[in-house]
Design a protein around this ligand. Structure first.
Ligand code: SDX
Length: 429
């Protein structure tokens, strides 16, 4: 019979720490009363052993390589669902009926345009600005335009903000791309599905007709689905922490975009492709494997390793299949970058260091290869991750705001600075 309470013996006192049981995954020690009772903090920089909240949205088993959205395995959703249906599932907890899906799709479709004046925001940026910088700025600026969906205490306004964000992020990401290459913005087309609309806004030009390749649209949609949510990762935790102060949803999502940008997180897809290009040929792989193992060298194999997955990232498995399909479809199956990636994966997975450190390809390892083959520059890889993850961020934000126990996040610290000391006048120093 599993214990219901953990015993802590400290300074001659005994403390009972309740043990909370999950639907699945490790038990949780409830330490909410610990500081009040025992006058001690717990210490966990990077939160490697800390559950920051309870959630019903996404489950990850790092040892088994399992990822479920609302209980549905990611490989089933990637094969049988579509991103907009996954958005409904993440937001409302259940797969939609046909009528519910039609209504949801219609609501999202009607919000895909941005306020015309937001076009001016882009003109303030240099053309060579990284699209992530543009997205952080423009998404945060949505707070200045959509005042009727910023009151976090109004459930209807929370709902409208969620729909607006899911609908407008592809438009904003595409605008950031068009602005960076000096081409005119392309408006959303309501007769196109979500992924086709994004590809059209990115790759069509007013000067000629553009037909979206349905196979590429399906691959794009699958990439969106694979990135939609991932439990309490760094950017989701950022969104939750920002939201816990009552900040409006657009500001919270802008904070999530900023955090995702880092190369250790969502920026890894861009960094990974740049690394594969730098390696260049299969014969140079051992040199880079040695660098990754060299403690004095800060180089890490981008696209490898994960805080949670210590076996394999189920998303990387699906992404690898997709990479083969897309590159064959585009007639670039012998893509040298893909060959380096596959050989690097093979060598790394046989190397003692990577086996011992449990470093496997993660979601970012193959995604860049597909996106590059589709025609996106590396600078657009993380913006695509951001637009995909927006639904996960906003679903987690809604779950937190809707929780009556919700309170502002305010961690403490282990203070190791100077003890109290008195000011010394300049002349006396
Ligand atoms: C994402 O959290 C999420 O869910 C994120 C994400 C999501 O969907 O939201 O899955 C998306 O961010 C995927 C990860 C993308 N990042 C990268 O590919 C960048 C390269 N990976 C590393 O930076 C690293 O693996 C992390 C950041 C992903 C995980 O870091 P951890 O969990 O803090 O582990 P660690 O850095 O402590 O590494 C453990 C050991 C270390 O060696 P020791 O200090 O124990 O000797 O493994 C080594 C690290 O040096 N190591 C690597 C390595 N990753 C870890 N060595 C070489 N190459 C690597 N990639």
């Amino acid at each position: 019979m599993a214990d219901k309470t953990a015993k802590l013996h400290l300074n001659g006192q005994n403390y009972d720490l309740p043990i909370l049981s999950p639907t699945k995954g490790p038990n949780v020690l409830d330490i909410r009363k610990l500081y009040g009772q025992a006058d001690v903090f717990t210490y966990d920089p990077g939160f490697t052993s800390t559950a920051s909240c309870d959630s019903t949205i996404t489950f990850i088993d790092g040892d088994k390589g399992e990822l479920w959205y609302r209980g549905y395995p990611i490989e089933q959703l990637a094969a049988k669902s579509c991103y907009l249906e996954v958005c409904y599932l993440l937001l409302y907890g259940e797969l939609p009926t046909e009528a519910q899906m039609d209504d949801f799709r219609a609501r999202v479709t009607r919000h895909t345009m941005v306020h015309e004046q937001m076009h001016n925001f882009f003109r303030g940026f240099r053309r060579d600005a990284h699209p992530m910088a543009t997205m952080v700025g423009v998404v945060g600026a949505m707070s200045a335009f959509y005042h009727d969906s910023t009151d976090v205490n109004d459930e209807w306004q929370r709902e409208v903000a969620a729909i607006r964000l899911i609908a407008k992020l592809p438009t904003i990401a595409a605008m950031a791309y068009k602005y960076s290459i000096g081409q005119p913005f392309v408006y959303p087309q309501n007769d196109l599905d979500y992924a086709s609309n994004f590809l059209n806004m990115c790759f069509s030009v007013p000067a000629e007709k553009y037909e979206v390749n349905p196979a590429l649209a399906r691959a794009m949609d699958r990439i969106f689905t694979l990135h939609a949510d991932h439990e309490q990762n760094a950017s989701t935790s950022t969104v939750r922490l920002a939201g816990s102060s009552g900040a409006n949803p657009f500001a919270c999502i802008a904070a999530g975009i900023a955090c995702l940008w880092g190369p250790a997180h969502g920026g890894a897809n861009q960094a990974c492709l740049e690394m594969l290009r730098e390696i260049g040929t299969v014969d140079r792989i051992p040199e880079y494997i040695a660098k990754a193992k060299d403690k004095s060298d800060p180089f890490k194999l981008m696209g490898f390793g994960h805080r949670v997955y210590k076996n394999f990232d189920p998303r990387a498995t699906v992404m690898k299949e997709s990479a083969d399909e897309v590159l064959d479809l585009l007639g670039v199956g012998d893509n040298p970058t893909l060959q380096v990636a596959k050989e690097l994966e093979k060598i790394a997975l046989e190397d003692e260091y990577f086996i011992e450190k449990k470093l496997y390809p993660n979601v970012d390892f193959y995604s860049g290869i597909i996106l590059e083959a589709m025609g996106f520059p590396t600078s657009m890889f993380t913006p695509i991750f951001a637009l995909s993850r927006t639904v996960g961020w906003i679903a987690q934000w809604k779950e937190m705001i809707g929780d009556p126990q919700n309170k502002i996040g305010r961690p403490r610290q282990l203070y190791v600075g100077s003890d109290r000391r008195d000011y010394v006048d300049l002349k006396a120093r």
